[in-house]
Design a protein around this ligand. Structure first.
Ligand code: ADP
Ligand code: ZN
Ligand code: MG
Length: 476
């Protein structure tokens, strides 16, 4: 039997507000435990929550960006469960009346565009954090995170492969970062994913029993966990067993999932409307204002980069994955750089250095105009494309201009024909066998000669001249 996977993701995104969802406490990450708390977020009796307007605005902004309908009337609900990190004994969330519904985003998988439905985007508050390790047999609770504003973004079960799931997540993260509503930091937990997966006979329409997986804090882990889980489910069915609905935890050290608990049903949570908060009636004109202020989003930007700058889809996709990279690119083009050259330098060299240093483009001292200056020095023959890589690396590390580096390191390209001829003559005398083979028709040996000349001139010879002179000399 051939099976296909059915996947739906529930993504929790921490909103970039300064204060919590229902009180004025700070949301800053990394503070001393329990220093960012008050009677409201630690769940004292008799207190009243007040909704954070910014959190609502950010959620509406997100809903609009992912093509949702914004509800004119929406409510909070209590989701009841008991756990030490949840001081009130319930989480304030949204249930029957979420603020945003019926959206979608598009992802590209293996060159194919695919639309993935978004069921809802709703607001809720985060819980605190239990600390068991390194506490001498005791468990501690840190409530700094309790009450921090979250958005939950629920997808339709439209995803069909682990790869599609991670592409969906990447696209969503990119959108959230463009919108400035979430920093997307998966290691610190500001973007978390629960993945639901079931399998069914390929081509059928029904849904199988799903398993929910938690604890995957990178795109790679989401993919790996799904791959593992799909195999596990197929094996069970092939052995004549049946899948049970449960929540499983991904363990990255073993690359497997372990059962955590059998999944609760909605009625286990005894949801009911939150009586301490008024319903939300988002004003039409306000929603319109938020919509008009939306930035250009990654899909539109990608298409524009293709049509306006003539870039290949691949380049456009990579450059627009982060708004800051797209802005850097456009600044360089505006400063006179040719789009494709600028794109190559960003994608190949700059991205490599940034990845190695785990740095963002904003934290990089190299400015777009400096790259453009360097490109002009390649064009006018001052440096070769090869030397430019050394210059670029130095520019990246020091923030100095190309001219300065070229001067300091003596990297100016040798375009003096006499000097190049001299080097070539020496190499021809030293390698008579290769010369003979070349003349006998082994034309690919030209690469060997070019390499030798470059070595002799420490890479500074003008490659075009080297090629021309070599061909002239060797064909005599
Ligand atoms: P629950 O009530 O368990 O939270 P929901 O219906 O709210 O389930 O769906 C939660 C997530 O699981 C959604 O992202 C949805 O797309 C996905 N999902 C629902 N049914 C299935 C299924 N049979 N297989 C895979 N994913 C599913
Ligand atoms: Zn508080
Ligand atoms: Mg649900």
């Amino acid at each position: 039997m051939q099976y296909e996977a059915v996947i739906g993701l529930e993504i929790h995104a921490q909103l970039l507000t300064d204060s919590k969802m229902f009180c004025g406490c700070s949301t800053r990450f990394g503070a001393e435990p329990n220093t960012q708390t008050c009677p409201i977020c630690i769940g004292m009796p008799g207190v009243l929550p007040v909704m954070n307007r910014k959190a609502l605005e950010f959620t509406i902004r997100t809903g609009l960006a992912v093509n949702c309908r914004i509800s004119s009337y929406s409510r909070f609900a209590r989701k009841n469960y008991f756990y030490p990190d949840l001081p009130k004994g319930y989480q304030i969330s949204q249930y029957e009346m979420p603020i945003c519904e019926h959206g979608f985003i598009e992802v590209i998988v293996d060159g194919e565009k695919k639309r993935i439905g978004i069921t809802r985007v709703h607001m809720e508050e985060d819980a605190g954090k239990n600390i068991h390790e390194g506490s001498g047999g005791h468990s501690f609770v840190d409530l700094n995170r309790a009450g921090v504003p979250l958005m939950e973004i629920v997808s339709e079960p439209d995803i069909r492969s682990p790869k599609e799931a991670s592409e969906y997540m990447k696209k969503l993260r990119s959108i959230l970062r463009y919108l400035g509503v979430c920093d997307g930091n998966m290691e610190q937990g500001s973007l978390r994913c629960d993945a639901n997966v079931s399998i069914r006979p390929a081509g059928s329409n029904g849904f199988g029993i799903k398993v929910e997986m938690k604890n995957m804090n990178s795109f790679r882990f989401v993919e790996k966990a799904l791959e593992y889980e799909i195999k596990r489910q197929i094996n069970i069915l092939n052995d004549g067993g049946r899948i049970i609905q449960e929540t499983r935890l991904w363990d990255s050290s073993t690359g497997t999932t372990q059962s955590m608990r059998t999944k609760e049903e909605a009625h286990d949570y005894r949801y009911f409307p939150e009586p301490d908060l008024v319903p939300i009636m988002a004003d039409e004109t306000w929603i319109k204002e938020i919509k008009e202020a939306l930035p250009e989003l990654p899909d539109i930007k990608r298409e524009r980069f293709v049509s306006e700058y003539g870039l290949p889809e691949y380049d456009a996709d990579l450059l627009t994955s982060e708004k800051s990279i797209a802005d850097w690119f456009e600044d360089a083009v505006r400063a006179g750089g040719s789009p494709k050259s600028v794109s190559n330098w960003i994608m190949v060299e700059l991205m490599r250095f940034l990845n190695e240093d785990n740095r963002s483009i904003e934290e990089c001292s190299l400015k777009p105009a400096q790259l453009v200056n360097m490109l002009a020095l390649i064009d006018n023959g001052t440096i070769s494309g090869k030397i430019a890589k050394t210059v670029f690396e130095e520019m990246y590390k020091t923030g100095k201009d190309a001219e300065e580096i070229i001067r300091e390191k003596g990297l100016i390209q040798i375009s003096d024909e006499g000097a190049i001829q001299k080097a070539i003559d020496e190499i021809i005398t030293k390698n008579p066998k290769e010369v003979e083979r070349f003349k006998a028709g082994e034309e690919k040996l030209i690469g060997f000669f070019v390499g030798q000349v470059m070595k002799a001139t420490k890479g500074k010879a003008n490659p075009q001249l080297v090629n021309d002179i070599l061909k002239r000399k060797l064909s005599i």
